[in-house]
Write a protein that binds this ligand. Structure first.
Ligand code: AMP
Ligand code: MN
Ligand code: MN
Ligand code: MN
Length: 281
């Protein structure tokens, strides 16, 4: 089979960050859905990779150990996926621990803000949804707010709360771009800009991001992701060619119910691009 023909899904989350399936269940679902090359990329965490790798070996699914690092660039949060990392690499482990360190304080601040608009008990609520107390995420707040009846969907929470200018938004300083890329590369991985269509960047800001990313050792950008419609796939395919990046593909799957896209059901990459997974076959 050609590299392009492989059903690669190189972006997903388990209960170790803000997904709802544990690593083994996630891997088994990916295999069941016809994924042929699969990466677990929990936010700022490596804790699920050993169990995921074991489950993948048992299911006969090719597995790529990954991570999604939270970065602050030009005042915005940018996510950098690392693929093919050594999850026992000390520098990466310590770097990610430093990124996770501020999350509980931030969660306390978020809950305080939500209290001022009449939403009581959000911290306890969110923590009940977190599978990992080092990784309390806005997603856990959102799931609790839906369950508590404040919104009808997680998507709705992210329009009315928890985003810039809305109650419950607490600005946070994540890793530097160069640092995150360095942790990934030194751990033997390749760095990939996640879901570029999510960032509120104009062409100039993207040019700055991509130039700095490349300079730091970055290799690829996600072109096909559940966040990208056909226009965005075309736009970022063009930018990948312009900046000479390889291209990645991933569902960013978190939960069977919340998913707009199932595991492995993402657009195919345009044939003119080099799939980053040629490195993992
Ligand atoms: P955090 O790392 O705590 O800031 O949480 C970020 C996570 O929130 C992302 O990884 C997504 O899972 C989720 N998220 C962010 N924006 C949205 C959105 N518009 N709709 C649904 N989930 C979102
Ligand atoms: Mn997430
Ligand atoms: Mn992300
Ligand atoms: Mn993600």
């Amino acid at each position: 089979m050609t590299v392009h023909g492989v059903n690669a899904d190189l972006h997903s989350h388990s209960t170790v960050s803000d997904g709802t399936l544990d690593p083994a269940a996630l891997v088994n679902l990916a295999a069941q859905k016809g994924v042929e090359l699969f990466a677990l990329t929990d936010h700022d965490e490596l804790g699920g990779l050993r169990a995921a790798a074991a489950a993948a070996a048992a299911a006969g699914l090719r597995f790529v150990p990954g991570v999604e690092v939270s970065v602050t660039f030009a005042g915005q949060t940018v996510h950098v996926v690392g693929l093919g990392i050594d999850y026992e690499h000390a520098e990466l482990i310590e770097g990610l621990a430093s990124v996770r360190a501020g999350r509980m304080r931030r969660a306390e601040e978020m809950a305080k803000q939500l209290q001022t608009v009449g939403i009581e008990g959000a911290l306890e609520g969110a923590l009940a949804y977190a599978g990992n107390l080092e990784l309390v995420s806005r997603t856990h707040f959102a799931r609790w707010m839906v369950a508590a009846g404040y919104c009808d969907s997680v998507r709705e929470v992210f329009t009315k709360y928890l985003v810039s200018g809305k109650p419950g938004y607490v600005p946070h300083r994540w890793a530097n771009l160069g640092q995150a890329v360095q942790w990934i590369c030194n751990a033997g991985g390749v760095a990939v800009i996640a879901h570029p269509g999510r960032y509120k960047f104009d062409d100039t800001a993207f040019a700055a991001l991509f130039a700095e990313f490349k300079e730091a050792g970055g290799t690829a950008i996600e072109v096909a992701t559940s966040n990208h419609g056909p226009d965005q796939v075309r736009r970022f395919a063009e930018l990948a060619r312009q900046f000479d990046f390889e291209a990645s593909r991933g569902s960013d799957f978190h939960d069977p119910g919340e998913a707009h896209t199932e595991l492995g059901r993402v657009a195919r990459l345009p044939e003119s691009l080099v799939p980053v997974w040629h490195r993992f076959l």
